[in-house]
Design a protein around this ligand. Structure first.
Ligand code: AMP
Ligand code: GLY
Length: 417
């Protein structure tokens, strides 16, 4: 099978890595990709948001499966354009991707499907904003309705900060604060059958001990030794299956990857958000643990045949990934800095630890340089979280990137548990 992956982050590198190890995959293409993906896939330039261009590229390379990684092309309808060209595509339609594209839409679907989530108000005027902030009190949770690359959410005890963020959004969701650890649970679905993956935990704040601003995610680990073993079954029954059923009932079935961001509160599991694609950086650790070859699973989802697949199988290993971000991320990041240490990691730490590239490119001299906010994620597996974490940080310390930052506490507390 020839596969084309759309995107160019560490998530797409993780997807391409798994696909490149799958004997069923005879050719692997990625557009636009990055300097790391170039080592496992043939890269093509493309405007990711242009469905016609992506469909044309898929036909040109003879793809039997297209996998759309990021949310922006999904929300723009790129999966629809690929399917309209007769090529199987892993990724939801434009309409179903609104589950991520609009927080207000997601709230409406959850209400209809009786899925537990934070109580919320959708506000468009200053009066509504003040009423909602007043109703919930502190800490305030204020979410831009539209896509914001994980940075549209402000959680703060400061009323002035909450109010200013709300007023800056065209449409804003203000909601109840959910207290408790967060879990990311992904499910592959064809619109009817739902196949949950292993849960992971992401670290959203920029700095150690969950301080600093929200980011796209600074690290992740899996499994979660502290979680209830029944968690996955419970979330399948109360969240994932009802959501998939509701979207099918509305005539806009969701096929692809349904990402449930959950809070495990004292009163039970609540959905914080849905995403319509694999999470980044959680995918890096979830795929590191998946034993089942990936291509046939994604193709079965694209073709509505998931019910026919045997159950997924998983390694006993634990996995940890730590993101290295540019100077100044999550504000406007500095780019163009040279990245060193990649060859040393390949020489000393592989195969247990490896680098997945995000914002990287080769400059004219062939040097790999930073090209985005999150630059790369160092991923490692081990017998348990302690070993995976040691391997990840040992490898990470070989990376040189002027001004870069990373968290030092990824999976620290879970490894102690
Ligand atoms: P989201 O983009 O909706 O995932 O929000 C980003 C992050 O903000 C989440 O991972 C949480 O850490 C935090 N957050 C969002 N909604 C809530 C909430 N209702 N209560 C507490 N924290 C929240
Ligand atoms: N790690 C959070 C996300 O992918 O949205």
């Amino acid at each position: 099978m020839k596969v084309l992956v759309i995107g160019g982050g560490a998530r797409e590198h993780a997807l391409c890595r798994s696909l490149s190890l799958d004997p069923q995959v005879t050719a692997l293409h990625c557009a636009p990709g990055n300097a790391g993906i170039a080592e496992v896939a043939e890269l093509h330039p493309v405007d990711m948001l242009d469905g016609a261009a992506v469909a044309r590229l898929a036909a040109e390379v003879g793809a039997g499966l297209v996998v759309v990684g990021p949310e922006a092309p999904l929300v723009a309808g790129v999966a629809d354009a690929v399917r309209a060209a007769g090529i199987p595509c892993f990724g939801p339609s434009k309409e179903a991707a609104e589950l991520e594209g609009s927080k207000a839409f997601a709230k409406d679907v959850m209400a209809a499907a009786n899925v537990p989530t934070a109580r919320s108000y959708v506000c468009t005027t200053p009066e509504q904003i003040d009423d909602a902030l007043d109703a919930f009190g502190t800490p305030y949770v204020v979410k831009d309705d539209g896509l914001a690359a994980g940075k549209g959410v402000v959680v703060t005890a400061d009323l002035a900060v909450a109010r200013a963020h709300a007023l800056a959004c065209e449409r804003v969701v203000i909601e109840e604060f959910l207290d408790g650890p967060e879990v990311s649970l992904f499910a592959i679905t064809d619109g009817r059958t739902v196949l949950p993956l292993q849960p992971a935990q992401d670290f959203k704040r920029a700095l150690d001990n969950d301080e600093g601003p929200n980011t796209g995610g600074m690290g992740a680990y899996s499994p979660l030794p502290w979680a209830d073993p029944k968690l996955v079954d419970e979330v399948l029954e109360t969240v994932l299956q009802p959501t998939v059923d509701e979207l099918r009932r509305r005539g806009t079935p969701f096929s692809g990857l349904l990402y449930a961001g959950l809070a495990i509160t004292g009163r039970g599991v609540r959905v914080i958000e849905f995403n319509a694609r694999f999470g980044d950086p959680e995918t890096q650790v979830v795929l590191a643990r998946l034993r089942t070859p990936l291509a046939a699973v994604l193709l079965a989802a694209a073709e509505g045949a998931l019910a026919d697949l045997p159950p997924l199988t998983w390694r006993d290993d634990a996995a940890v990934t730590v993101v290295v971000a540019s100077h100044n991320y999550p504000d406007t990041p500095r780019t163009g800095d040279p990245i060193g240490g990649l060859a040393e990691i390949a020489a000393h730490d592989a195969p247990h630890a490896y680098v997945l590239h995000a914002g990287t490119r080769r400059d004219d001299g062939g040097t790999v340089v930073s090209a985005g906010g999150r630059v790369l994620s160092v991923t490692a597996t081990g017998e348990d979280l302690t070993q995976a974490r040691e391997r990840a940080y040992t490898a990470l310390h070989r990376i040189t990137l002027p001004g870069s930052q990373h968290r030092t506490d990824i999976a620290r507390d879970a490894a102690k548990a």
